[in-house]
Design a protein around this ligand. Structure first.
Ligand SMILES: *Cc1c(COP(=O)(O)O)cnc(C)c1O
Length: 385
């Protein structure tokens, strides 16, 4: 079976588990994003929540992308990594006062507002500083992303965004709020979307919403279509770069832009997922009555996606070329959900073999925890070896 290429000889001295980032793949991905988005003049803000590793952030910032932040800590991480404040957008349903103030003090590009209550607070806090906060309204376009329920965000009954029926009252509020300026509308329908029809539907919905806005005399300078482009978790070796070409082309074909309007995107996963792998070692091979377990030294403390979202990650034994056998690949954490995969085809495994959990660059390291008093994982980079 085709496996990823890793500097295994160098790995011998390292304490597992750790994250390994292929920075040349990240650079190639960024080149594709720049080219494809550049064709249409689109603005791309990397969604920091997918991976906030400083070296990853610095490389993305150096390539000219902006940042999409969902907390004050992420705004700080973005600034530290060199993202210019005027390319930072700030989303999130529960922005605390200090986080809003941090955004105001740094004159970030835009606050993506998710409720009427938040709008009032931003207006008040900006007023205290004698500033006018640029805002975009995060609307619920009611487009089904047909993805996992825990990562669908654009439907009506959802904590995110403002329902379409409430928009008139929000516009009313904006009119009487001197310290906010409406500069855009924003939508983000979900994550790990590989079926372009969801994005097609989003573009069409945005057109309809723009028409409705114009009927009440409103036009916005910016359209922010969020993130959500999926990657191929099954074929990281064959398809290491997401379909940015198709993705941006869908919007270019369908979006009806008004003169001077600027278009923004917030991809997270599709930028970083494939460049990262979680590297662990087999601690024990345990032969049950009917199943065989490969017990790793990595668990959901390092990579929680399988336990949290039933997510699939390709698992490779990068130390062995022996015949393939079936294993339940599990971690050491004292929870029965600490399973990376069942009936996984692995080259025959032995204690000490390196196991790579692929496509772990997004929502991997950044979600690591210290449960069971474990250490947070270290990260290594391809240019170190
Ligand atoms: C999570 C998130 C993103 C990024 O989503 P991906 O699926 O990682 O591309 C973009 N925008 C907002 C508002 C988000 O919450």
């Amino acid at each position: 079976m085709l496996k990823g290429t890793f500097p295994i000889a160098k790995f011998q001295e390292l304490q597992t588990p750790f994250y390994y980032y292929d920075l040349s793949l990240l650079q190639n991905t960024l080149d594709v994003i720049r080219n494809e988005a550049g064709k249409y003049g689109y603005n791309v803000h990397y969604a920091i929540k997918a991976n906030a590793n400083p070296r990853v952030l610095e490389l993305i910032a150096r390539n000219g992308l902006g940042a999409d932040c969902v907390s004050g800590g992420e705004i700080q991480a973005a600034l530290n990594a060199g993202f210019p404040a005027n390319k930072i957008v700030f989303a999130g349903v529960g922005k605390a006062d200090w986080e809003i103030n941090l955004g105001l003090d740094n004159d970030i590009f835009c606050f993506n507002v998710e409720s009427l209550a938040e709008l009032r607070v931003i207006n008040e806090l900006a007023g205290k500083k004698g500033k006018v906060a640029p805002i975009a309204l995060r609307i619920n376009p009611e487009v089904d992303a047909h993805t996992h329920a825990k990562i669908t965000t654009g439907m009506k009954e959802n904590k995110f965004g403002i329902n379409l029926s409430l928009l008139p009252s929000v516009f009313q509020e904006i009119k009487v709020s001197p310290h906010v300026k409406l500069i855009g509308i924003h939508a983000h329908i979900g994550s790990q979307i590989t079926d372009m029809s969801a994005f097609r539907n989003l573009a069409i919905r945005i057109n309809e919403i723009q028409d409705e806005l114009e009927q009440v005399g409103l036009q916005v300078e910016n359209l922010n279509l969020g993130g959500g482009l999926g990657i191929d978790y099954y074929h990281p070796n064959h398809l290491p770069i997401a379909a940015f070409d198709n993705y941006f082309a869908v919007f270019n074909k369908l979006l009806q832009l008004r003169p001077g309007q600027r278009v923004h995107f917030e991809p997270g996963r599709s930028v970083v997922a494939q460049c990262g792998s979680l590297i662990s070692r087999v601690l024990y091979v345990k032969e049950g009555e009917t199943r065989k377990f490969a017990i790793l030294d990595a668990g959901f403390t390092e990579l929680i996606r399988p336990a949290m979202y039933d997510a699939y990650h390709r698992i490779e034994n990068i130390s062995s070329d022996e015949p393939v056998e079936l294993y339940d690949v599990v971690g050491p954490i004292c929870e029965s959900s600490d399973v990376f995969g069942k009936d996984v085809e692995l080259n025959r495994a032995h204690r000490g073999d390196f196991i790579a959990l692929r496509s772990a660059g997004a929502y991997g390291e950044v979600m690591a925890s210290q449960y069971n008093c474990r250490k947070l994982p270290t990260a290594y980079y391809s240019d170190q070896f």
